[in-house]
Design a protein around this ligand. Structure first.
Ligand SMILES: [Mn+2]
Length: 333
């Protein structure tokens, strides 16, 4: 159980009916699974729910919204304007900082209604919302959504169970990371009983690679390098490499995990050139280095073992900056 006081959410829902749900830029399984699950649960409670995200739905997660009726991509002047027009309140999932909202942050800043965050990240911008239902010891926002729906006495149907299972599975690396506990697996058992097709979800997530994605894995592995006596490894994904193999930017999800799969590596990172310029830095720690602290040096954040940031400079400069910070952190540890 988390330390979250869910009566705050009950009160929030008593006062508001037309609610916008959103999640972070470049959304992952926890972001989308949590959003879809909470949307289904609140719709069943008679709420008017609109899910509007900065990023479009990555093809990998299309099974979470098979009819494409739930999730909307935020575009100024587009259909999302209509959805947002008479919104009363906003629920933000799986993020607590402005930088993670992307362009949708512009709408959130001018929105005058009540805002509530459900999240498990460490970094927090206090002016993002009035209410933070956050527990950083919890493995996935999806688990918080599970607790929330139970508190609201909502029934977990198969759509909701599928969303929450996807959320927890992806934030625990399919139940392999140290944040996987007996409690995690008890909830998964409940979700399977509620109709989440676990084997089918695995196939949807991991056995629908495009040729482009697999060739991108090849390119990424070719770019792997180590330093600091083999304690640090990194890989780079350039726009050129993406184009060459015909992969999508969302195909880079999880690629950073290869860096920490090398024997002896304590810290791994991936540098990815963003389509609009700049670099997305993804960090993973298997040792003493606190990734969240390291990401914080570049204005990012996340968790101790996994975090990220965005850097404005070209890839070679970004690499130098990151290595410099790592050298400082290794020296002081
Ligand atoms: Mn998460």
């Amino acid at each position: 159980m988390s330390s979250v006081d869910w009566s705050i959410l009950s009160d929030f829902l008593k006062r508001n009916d037309r609610i916008v749900l959103t999640t972070h830029i470049r959304p992952d399984g926890d972001a989308l699974g949590s959003e879809v699950a909470l949307a289904h649960a609140l719709l069943r409670m008679g709420k008017d729910i609109r899910c509007v995200n900065t990023s479009p739905l990555p093809p990998r997660y299309d099974f979470l919204d098979p009819d494409r009726r739930l999730l909307h991509h935020y575009q100024e002047g587009g259909q999302s304007n209509f959805l947002l027009k008479d919104a009363q309140a906003l629920i933000i999932l799986d993020l607590s900082s402005w930088s993670q909202l992307g362009r949708f942050g512009e709408w959130v800043r001018q929105f005058k209604g009540p805002k509530l965050v459900i999240d498990h990240h460490v970094s927090r911008d206090p002016d993002l919302a009035q209410n933070f239902l956050v527990d950083t010891s919890i493995e996935a926002t999806g688990r918080l959504v599970f607790e929330a729906i139970n508190h609201l006495k909502g029934k977990i149907n198969s759509d909701i169970a599928t969303g929450i299972l996807t959320a927890i599975a992806m934030d625990t690396g399919w139940f392999r990371h140290p944040n996987t506990s007996a409690g995690t697996l008890r909830i998964i058992a409940d979700l399977i009983e509620a109709g989440a097709p676990i084997s089918d979800i695995f196939k949807k997530l991991f056995e629908r690679n495009t040729l482009g994605r697999l060739r991108l894995v090849g390119e990424t592995l070719t770019s792997l390098k180590t330093d600091f006596d083999g304690r640090v490894a990194w890989a780079t994904v350039t726009r050129e490499a993406l184009e060459k193999v015909g992969a999508l930017p969302s195909d880079t999800e999880d690629l950073v995990d290869y860096t920490v799969s090398i024997l002896g590596v304590e810290l791994g990172f991936l540098l990815m050139e963003l389509p609009a310029g700049g670099i997305k830095l993804s960090l993973r720690s298997r040792g003493e280095i606190d990734c969240c602290e390291l990401a914080g040096k570049f204005g990012g954040g996340g968790h101790r073992a996994a975090s990220g940031a965005t850097l404005p400079e070209p890839v070679d400069k970004a690499l130098e900056s990151v290595k410099q910070q790592i050298a400082l952190m290794l020296k002081s540890s």
